[in-house]
Design a protein around this ligand. Structure first.
Ligand code: ZN
Length: 598
């Protein structure tokens, strides 16, 4: 083994290797960069080309090429060795069998055989005509399909499983790769009771940053009751962790470094369309909001990211969460805005007119500017409630900025825009950083009463706001909640008017149609109420099924009820005392009656 490692070291230059992950700049005889392993603004990560070692003076990590690869890829030593032995053209003699037999490598091989199968099925088999037609309609060229190894698998039970078994792979490895599913009572000896996870789908291989195929996304062509969702993904396996994979990164990374910008779009089709149109620094976080791990991966190549959010509420919400995470990691985040109503995503935009897409990416707005524009454009500055709503959305976003000077600049701007003393906002951010902004404690422990207009929300107000913010994201839940709703829950809150509108729309249309709600609000010049609610961050919103959302809303509503009862109870007791003092027996009677029926 020592001779193997030395042979690899002799052939691979450390500057070139590390340079594939992060951007190194020459500094005298050394090279330097912002450390990929800890958060920093000025570079303390150094590479010594002559000695072929690296060291970070910030976090004290360091070593040779292998320790770097282990650290950044999250691999063990053998895997790191294998990865770079291939590149160096060094055959690892002593431990070949051991390395090849690791399940990780077997699964990568299986995935690559499966990708080959799907792709050739797509290209050559008459049964794949429907898929070819589908991608042709979506304007993918032959070259693109080859480049991305797009494939197809027909709707049959175990076509792929049988193919891979015939190739000599073991059934347990196929299951571990997530390609084959085992029924209860399956029999390994006869091979009965095993079936393919992906059936009747267009297949997109998912690769890691090095181009190893780690999993698949299968998109159904025709959605039916039995098709099991529009997209099916490889489940978590030892090679696939969806929070660490960015679709297209292996093809985009060089261009991301060259352009010093990554473009994040929503889906696979968006990525492929962008690359086909000649924009190659584009990736997607398959099906979720960007995760911290994915952000760290992007940061290796550039600190600048431009993000496109899909036009629907789920896309907006997931996009905003991802943007928040990237901001917290100190990235410079921009938001790509398509002309209103032009297209719902990158793919559609490029199909209509690629120039519009390129222009939109070129003129992407800083994420905080984007928030400011959207929220502040319609706030009535003489209404404390509206100002409070705007602050409630913008302050947590500003608080994400990890650099004090930048944060302060935004607080000043917010203060100017809303005519609030920036000092008050600074205190708010300090408090928000100590405790989450929404926790009840931050509401009570405000020993220093806010000097300015900033109206403190009670816990009750926050519950009610959460309720509406959730409800507008899942309006279908309204029907089930309606019998439980009472106008009194909202009377003294900022959302009273909205309740009346929602009730009216629901009674007219038997459902809470947001378009109608919006229209009524617009007539009153209050359209922005709905946008505020839609924009309001809720944790994990996009990952709720409508069933879960319904349950969550019902639970928020029951807390509202409980709080309301408590408050109303206190008010009534107060009034009873007053009425007793005034010897007003009738009122006391009536109040006692009400107290009992609360
Ligand atoms: Zn470091």
């Amino acid at each position: 083994m020592p001779t193997d490692t030395q042979a690899i070291k002799d052939r691979i230059d450390i500057v070139q290797l590390i340079g594939e992950y992060i951007t190194l700049k020459k500094a005298g005889v050394n090279w330097k960069a912002n450390c990929p392993f800890h958060h920093e603004k000025s570079p303390s990560f150094m590479v010594h080309q002559e000695k072929q070692i690296w060291h970070c003076f910030g976090c004290s990590k360091g070593g040779d090429i292998f320790s770097f690869v282990q650290e950044i890829e999250g691999l063990d030593f053998i895997e790191a060795l294998k990865l770079w032995a291939n590149r160096a053209g060094v055959r690892i003699e002593t431990h070949t069998s051991e390395v090849n037999q690791s399940q990780r490598n077997r699964i990568l091989e299986i995935n690559s055989a499966a990708a080959y199968f799907f792709h050739h099925f797509f290209l050559e088999i008459p049964g794949a005509e429907v898929a070819r037609k589908y991608l042709e309609d979506r304007k993918l060229t032959k070259q693109t399909i080859e480049e991305w190894q797009v494939g197809y698998v027909p709707d049959q039970w175990d076509l792929l499983t049988r193919y891979l078994l015939k190739k000599g792979f073991g059934i347990n490895d196929l299951i571990a790769a997530g390609l084959t599913i085992k029924r209860d009572g399956a029999d390994e000896a006869t091979g009965r009771g095993f079936y393919d996870r992906f059936r009747g789908r267009v297949m997109f291989p998912l690769s890691d940053a090095h181009g190893n195929i780690v999993g698949f996304t299968g998109r159904v062509l025709v959605e039916t009751e039995h098709s099991g969702g529009k997209y099916v993904n490889t489940p978590e396996t030892i090679v696939y962790d969806k929070s660490r994979v960015l679709y297209g990164l292996h093809k985009a990374k060089t261009e991301i470094k060259a352009k010093d910008l990554s473009v994040v779009v929503e889906g696979q089709m968006d990525v492929v369309a962008c690359h086909q149109a000649g924009m190659r620094n584009v990736v997607a976080a398959s099906g979720t909001a960007l995760t911290p791990e994915q952000v760290k991966l992007l940061k290796r190549y550039s600190n600048n990211v431009a993000m496109a959010f899909d036009a629907d509420a789920a896309g907006q919400s997931a996009g905003k969460r991802g943007a928040g995470i990237a901001m917290e990691e100190g990235m410079n985040v921009k938001v790509i805005q398509l002309p209103k109503g032009f297209a719902k995503d990158a793919d559609e935009c490029i199909k209509k007119d690629p120039k519009v897409w390129f222009a939109a990416v070129g003129s992407a707005t800083g994420v905080l500017e984007w928030y400011f524009e959207r929220i502040l454009s319609s706030v009535n500055r003489s209404s404390p409630t509206e100002k409070q709503q705007a602050v409630a959305i913008l302050l947590p976003e500003i608080a994400r900025v990890p650099f004090g000077v930048v944060r302060d600049e935004w607080l000043k701007r917010l203060g100017e825009a809303l005519l609030i003393d920036p000092g008050v906002l600074r205190d708010e951010v300090k408090r928000a950083k100590k405790a989450p902004l929404r926790s009840p404690q931050t509401q009570v422990t405000s020993e220093k009463a806010p000097s300015a207009v900033l109206v403190r929300e009670s816990q009750y107000d926050i519950l009610v706001k959460d309720f509406w913010s959730f409800l507008v994201k899942f309006p279908d839940s309204f029907a089930a909640l309606y019998p439980e709703l009472k106008p009194v829950y909202f009377v003294n809150t900022a959302w009273h008017g909205l309740y009346e509108i929602a009730e009216k729309v629901y009674n007219n249309e038997q459902k809470l149609d947001l378009a109608s709600v919006r229209q009524i609000l617009a007539e009153k010049g209050r359209e922005q109420t709905l946008d505020l609610l839609l924009l309001m961050p809720m944790k994990n919103t996009s990952e709720f099924s409508s069933l879960e959302a319904g349950k969550e809303l019902a639970s928020v509503l029951s807390r509202i009820k409980e709080e309301w009862r408590k408050q109303r109870g206190k008010e009534i007791q107060q009034k009873i005392m007053e009425a007793e003092r005034a010897k007003d027996k009738a009122t006391v009677e009536a109040l006692l009656q009400e107290l009992q029926t609360l």
